[in-house]
Write a protein that binds this ligand. Structure first.
Ligand code: 13P
Length: 340
């Protein structure tokens, strides 16, 4: 029996499990590999992701994996499709379908995410390849005169068109409007921009006839810019993020899965944990981390076959920390107990 959109959307954030965002584009994974001295060949990318998908983390802590187009078609060394490894672990395969953020005409310093043309046909193919959810990322930068409403609106409309096409294909859309933490803005500026963006996104999802019960939101946390002199405490990030979400995100949305966006591994975990501990939330909250789940295993692996077990242990540890956070049971001491 095929699971309904509602079931899949709910399952992605249930029971403390969360998502692994392993959908780095060719240029992004090259950057990550450059940092550990590994050449970005198709085989190395396959070996690295196979290592993750065969780790213990997958059966216990990871509800779904967001894949890149290349990966959803790849086979493990022994010929098993990587998608089958994910399914065998009890996790759900997903696919990034946007074609990246490109300069938006008339909006200096801003981008619009491309990839709508032909998307209905691509969804059909991805469904046949095993994808049951998808991701589309809109990027909103904060600067002196940005964001503009022109850019927020265009990105929100694209997210809504993508989400409607996904649902028509039987695929759960992850709607990701990411407000970047790259600038020197303080947390309150991030709050205001995130609120503005989320309000517009849900307005456009409504106009786009998107079923919220079959949708997952992937937001940024409300957090000070990386270059801000005024960094906020864990409690402040948690309180402001939840206040912002409560003001913008209808309770019909079953699952909210945060991106890590450049936070350190432990910060991303601590923030999630602090939010869950507030209690009384209308949605299941969890993680959908890329960097905050993969930085440690990438370093431990460093492209060497003899390091596969160490890479898997590092990934399982980070996934377990975030699983505990999604249950509101993480403490800094949990970090000491490395997975066996
Ligand atoms: P980060 O957690 O590294 O921000 O990546 C998540 C993601 O999927 C960004 O689109």
């Amino acid at each position: 029996m095929t699971a309904s959109l509602e079931e899949v959307a709910y399952k992605l954030a249930a029971g403390g499990k969360g998502l692994l965002a392993a959908d780095e584009s060719a240029s992004t994974i090259k950057k990550r590999f450059d940092a550990i001295g590994v050449e970005s060949t198709e085989e190395n990318r396959r070996d690295y992701r196979e290592m993750l998908f065969r780790s213990e983390a997958m059966t216990q802590y990871i509800s779904g994996v967001i894949l890149f187009d290349e990966t959803i078609r790849q086979k493990a060394k022994d010929g098993t499709p990587l998608v089958s490894l994910i399914e065998a672990a009890g996790s759900i395969p997903g696919i990034k379908v946007d074609l990246g953020a490109h300069p938006q005409p008339g909006c200096p310093g801003e981008t619009i995410t491309e990839g709508l043309d032909g998307l209905a046909g691509r969804f059909k193919e991805y469904y046949d390849l095993g994808a049951r959810f998808a991701k589309w990322r809109a990027v909103i930068d904060i600067g002196q005169h940005i964001p503009s409403y022109t850019s927020i609106l265009a990105n929100a409309q694209a997210l809504a068109r993508y989400a409607a096409l996904a649902q028509a294909a039987g695929i759960v859309p992850i709607v990701e409007p990411e407000v970047l933490m790259d600038g020197d803005h303080d947390i309150d500026r991030c709050y205001d921009v995130t609120e503005w963006v989320l309000k517009e996104v849900f307005q456009q999802l409504f106009y786009g006839r998107v079923k919220l019960e079959g949708t997952v939101l992937k937001p940024n946390m409300v957090i000070a810019g990386k270059k801000s002199q005024k960094q906020a405490s864990v409690e402040e990030v948690a309180a402001k993020t939840i206040r912002c979400l409560k003001n913008c995100v209808p309770s019909a949305i079953p699952s909210v899965a945060f991106l890590s966006g450049g936070q350190s591994d432990e910060e991303a975990t601590a923030h999630l944990d602090a939010m869950i501990r507030q209690g009384g939330l209308p949605w299941n909250l969890t993680f959908s981390y890329g960097r905050a789940l993969q930085a440690a295993p990438q370093k431990a692996w460093s492209g060497k076959p003899e390091n596969v077990a160490a890479g898997q242990a590092a990934f399982t540890h980070r996934a377990r920390m975030n699983y505990l956070a999604a249950l509101g049971q993480w403490t800094p001491e949990s970090e000491e107990k490395k997975a066996a």
